[in-house]
Every structure is written in structure tokens, then in C-alpha cells.
Design a protein around this ligand. Structure first.
Ligand SMILES: Nc1nc2c(ncn2[C@@H]2O[C@H](COP(=O)(O)OP(=O)(O)O)[C@@H](O)[C@H]2O)c(=O)[nH]1
Ligand SMILES: [Mg+2]
Length: 398
């Protein structure tokens, strides 16, 4: 074994971009080659990165506690994306009162515990009653936090996900606001007298579910088997325009170390086919002792903020759809972007090739309605090579 001039050059890169670099170690003798053990240095490097990350994490946690918490404490609809987003598109939002966030997932996943943790974090009297014995618990659509902010509520739902049962129509009724707060979420195998169930056929945006939090238990032996089920639900959510948040509740006495959390988050997002930036791991602080530390509170705040962000965007898209439906009714194109393009083709005598190119672009970009086209127009127009076509669509959209 020769004497290495540069024994090693190791570089650790933290996600944030912080770099820990080890300069080449000069050695003159064989003995010195062993002065510095590679594993020890790697461990030291890891410690430096962890310390740096911990410092950054603490900073981030403080930041979330100082900025997100007060925002959610006095939350009003529009606070996350900003009311100017609605004003800019001339959307009337006076009908929207509370933002409705639905918690859904298997029985015993930790939905009600998440409500309890939120109540505790906001210093509220605990109204929620998690099932310590693992019973079914919630069977009505139960509203929580209404009195807290007056701006959003969490709707706790009846657990589902027996892997072989279909809850699609039950979920659909809840999403559309046909099953309303305090209604029994009735199932065919129930043997209980129910309170009157609203089951109205009217679809009112203000009464709908606007945002979704899917809760799953990391320790559930079926955890890895939820992917197919989740994909079914996800298709429904996508069609309806939701961007759900996935919360994986984790039962452990100790706070979860940040590195472990990141690994679990990636693992969970992968296992469930969920977006990593909308997937959170949280310790179930109700099932375990110790209360929530700052880091855990920050995660809970992020969960709520992300759900509210999705909910506000959902409302915006729905409002745009409504608005464009009216415009499209006048134009008699029915709201679909395909019909819109064909109507323009007739009016402006476009070549078929141009129409095909446009159709392909809109399909690739998931643009199905004129509302979506209008909403994404600034971005999309850069992808259309013919200026004449861009000009026509621009003026027709205004
Ligand atoms: N030890 C303990 N466990 C609890 C308590 N409350 C709930 N749990 C457990 O936490 C998990 C989630 O419960 P819960 O939030 O009611 O589930 P949900 O059906 O999704 O609402 C279950 O495994 C419960 O058994 C409690 O007070 N003490
Ligand atoms: Mg429950």
C-alpha cells in the first residue's frame, strides 16, 4: 500500500446546500496514514452536517412558530394565497365562510388524535375524543375548531379503508357537501337509529369539502398495502381538483430525529404514491406521553397551512370554472378546451395541424377547460410557436 498524498477527499452536502469539505491530508509516513481513520472522519462529517442541519431546523421551526402560528390563529379565508389572487381574477368570494378540511383514512389511523393535537396546540378545550381502545369512535361527520379561528374547520370522519370495501360514493357525498357536518355517515351494515341525514342534492361550493388531509398510521401492518386504495382516491381527488395532504402518524415515545423523519417521509410518500412536499410524518402525541415539542408543533402548523393552501386553490379553481362556464355557455362551447379550440378553428380558419398541435399541448399540460387555459395562459403561450394563434387566443380569453 503506497503512501497516499491525498488520503481522501470527502464532501458532504446538506440538502440546504451547506457544504462540509475535507482538505486533502498530507502524509509523509506510513504511520501517519492511519492517524486519521476514514470512518471516524465520515462520522465527524455527519455530525457537522447534523449540527448544521439542526441549527437550520431550529431556525426554521422558530420561523414557523412565529409566522405560521399567528396566521392560523386568526385565519380568514384567502390568508394563505392572498385575497388579491381572487380580486385579480374578479372572483366574488363573499359566499365563502369557513374553509372545510376533511380528515379521512382508516379507523385507528390517528384522525381524531390529530384534531386533539390541534386543539391542544391552539390552547383550546379538547372536544375531540380519540379511541384509546382502538374502537370505531367517529361515525358522524364531526366539525372541530369552528370557534377557534372562525375561518376554517376540521371535519373528522368515519374511518374507512377496509381494503376490499368501496367507500367511493360515501366519500363523494361528503366531498360534495351532501353529507353535512353532524350527519351520520351511514353504512349499509349499520344497525343504529340515525339522526336525520341532510343528503341535500344541491351542490353549494361554500358547503363542500375544500381541502383534504389523509391520515395513515405508520405502524399499521397494512401500511404498504394502501397504495392501490390511495390511487383510487387520488384519481377522484384529481378529477375534482383537490391536492390532498398526507399525514403519517407515528407512535413512538421519543421525539423522531430529523434524519429518521426525512427517511420515513420519503418512504411513506413512495409507499402511498403521494407528493413528498405534501407528505408529513408526525408523532402521535396523544397516544404517547410527553406532549408536543416545538418541532412537532411546527410540523402540525405546516400540515394545516398546506391543507389550507390546497383548499384556497381549490376554491379559486372552482370559482374560475363557474365563471368560465357562464362565458362558455354564451359561446356555446360547454367549458371544454377542445370545443373552445374547434370554435376558434372555424372562426379563424386555422389549419388542422395547428389545432392538433394545440390539442396535444393542452393534453400534455393537463388543460381540460377554458378556465384552466386562462389560469395557465401566461405559461402556456410561451409554448405555442405561432404568434398569430397566441394573439387570437389571448384576445378570446379576455
Ligand atoms: N395510549 C393511548 N392511545 C390512544 C389514545 N387515544 C388514541 N389512542 C390510539 O391512537 C390511535 C389513533 O386513534 P384515533 O385518533 O382515535 O384514530 P381514528 O380512528 O383515525 O380517529 C389508535 O391506535 C388509538 O388506540 C390515548 O388516550 N391513549
Ligand atoms: Mg376517530
Amino acid at each position: 500500500m503506497g503512501v497516499g498524498k491525498a488520503m481522501f477527499l470527502s464532501e458532504g452536502t446538506a440538502e440546504s446546500g451547506a457544504k462540509v469539505k475535507f482538505e486533502p491530508v498530507q502524509t509523509n509516513s506510513i504511520r501517519q496514514e492511519y492517524v486519521c481513520d476514514k470512518n471516524e472522519v465520515a462520522a465527524a462529517a455527519r455530525r457537522v452536517i447534523e449540527m448544521e442541519e439542526k441549527g437550520k431546523r431550529e431556525e426554521a421551526v422558530n420561523n414557523i412558530l412565529q409566522t405560521v402560528r399567528p396566521k392560523l390563529d386568526k385565519y380568514k379565508f384567502g390568508d394563505i394565497i392572498g385575497m388579491q389572487q381572487f380580486r385579480a381574477s374578479k372572483l366574488d368570494t363573499t359566499d365563502i365562510d369557513d374553509v372545510n378540511i376533511l380528515l379521512f383514512g382508516p379507523t385507528g389511523a390517528g384522525k381524531t388524535c390529530l384534531v386533539s393535537m390541534t386543539e391542544t396546540m391552539f390552547g383550546l378545550e379538547r372536544m375531540s375524543a380519540p379511541q384509546a381502545g382502538g374502537g370505531e369512535g367517529t361515525i358522524h361527520l364531526e366539525p372541530f375548531l369552528e370557534k377557534h379561528t372562525g375561518g376554517f374547520k376540521l371535519l373528522d370522519s368515519r374511518g374507512f379503508f377496509t381494503l376490499d370495501e368501496d367507500f367511493m360514493s360515501e366519500l363523494n357525498d361528503i366531498l360534495k357537501g351532501q353529507t353535512q357536518a353532524l350527519d351520520l355517515i351511514k353504512r349499509k351494515y349499520d344497525d343504529i337509529d340515525s339522526r336525520a341525514v341532510s343528503n341535500t342534492n344541491e351542490e353549494i361550493l361554500a358547503n363542500r369539502i375544500h381541502g383534504l388531509i389523509c391520515v395513515l398510521d405508520y405502524n399499521d401492518p397494512r401500511f404498504g398495502k394502501y397504495k392501490d386504495k390511495m390511487n383510487q382516491y387520488r384519481r377522484l381527488f384529481k378529477k375534482e381538483g383537490y391536492s390532498p395532504v398526507t399525514v403519517v402518524s407515528y407512535k413512538t415515545e421519543e421525539a423522531i430525529p430529523e434524519t429518521v423523519r426525512q427517511t420515513k417521509q420519503e418512504e411513506a410518500a413512495f409507499a402511498l404514491g403521494a407528493a413528498i412536499d405534501r407528505t408529513f410524518i408526525i408523532r402521535n402525541a396523544v397516544a404517547q406521553s410527553g406532549g408536543m415539542d416545538n418541532n412537532e408543533q411546527a410540523i402540525l402548523l405546516q400540515i394545516l397551512e398546506t391543507a389550507l393552501l390546497g383548499a384556497e386553490q381549490f376554491i379559486k379553481i372552482r370559482k374560475l370554472d363557474e365563471k368560465w362556464k357562464k362565458v362558455d355557455e354564451k359561446r356555446q362551447t360547454g367549458g371544454g378546451v377542445a370545443e373552445f379550440i374547434i370554435s376558434l378553428q372555424k372562426k379563424y380558419k386555422w389549419e388542422q395541424k395547428d389545432v392538433d398541435d394545440l390539442s396535444k399541448l393542452f393534453e400534455d399540460e393537463d388543460i381540460g377547460t377554458t378556465a384552466a387555459l386562462k389560469e395557465n395562459w401566461e405559461y402556456l403561450k410561451g409554448k405555442i410557436p405561432k404568434w398569430g394563434i397566441v394573439d387570437i387566443i389571448s384576445s378570446e380569453l379576455h
